[in-house]
Design a binder for this molecule. Structure first.
Ligand code: HEC
Length: 107
């Protein structure tokens, strides 16, 4: 009986945890990337074409439309940026979202 109770609790925790994740995993969302960029990147980059702001580093639409822009290259940079850019310690999901947002800036 004790084992059954333990099992029931474990199952409830699993179900609650699954619901907490908000259901099935979604594909990288450019809107989420924009939200992250607005939060973390605007001190140095202009992240949206209509944003006035710091131009300490290249604007995102310039990066996105650079022929040298590759998903792997941007990913490698974001995993391990070089100074003066600080390392924001982004998760893989956050990097995916930021790349999806950068791609959305292409014409
Ligand atoms: C404190 C300032 C600062 C912040 C904050 C910052 N960056 Fe940067 N970033 C730079 C600088 C400076 C460079 C250029 C470095 C170089 O060319 O050596 C750069 C370069 C880049 C590049 C490479 C561009 C290229 O030419 O290859 C990417 C991509 C990039 N940043 C994305 C981001 C993203 C995404 C964020 C937010 C999560 C961010 N940066 C936040 C300063 C910053």
């Amino acid at each position: 009986m004790r084992r059954l109770a333990d099992f029931t609790i474990a199952a409830m925790v699993l179900v609650a945890g699954g619901l907490g994740l908000g259901g099935p995993v979604r594909a990288a969302d450019p809107q989420e990337g924009y939200r992250l960029a607005s939060q973390w990147c605007t001190t140095c980059h202009v992240v949206a074409p209509d944003q006035a702001g710091s131009d300490a580093a290249r604007p995102f639409d310039s990066i996105a439309n650079d022929p040298n822009f590759t998903e792997d290259g941007i990913r490698a940079w974001l995993v391990d940026p070089h100074p003066p850019m600080p390392n924001p310690n982004l998760s893989t999901a956050e990097i995916d979202a930021l790349i999806a947002y950068l791609k959305s800036l292409r014409p």
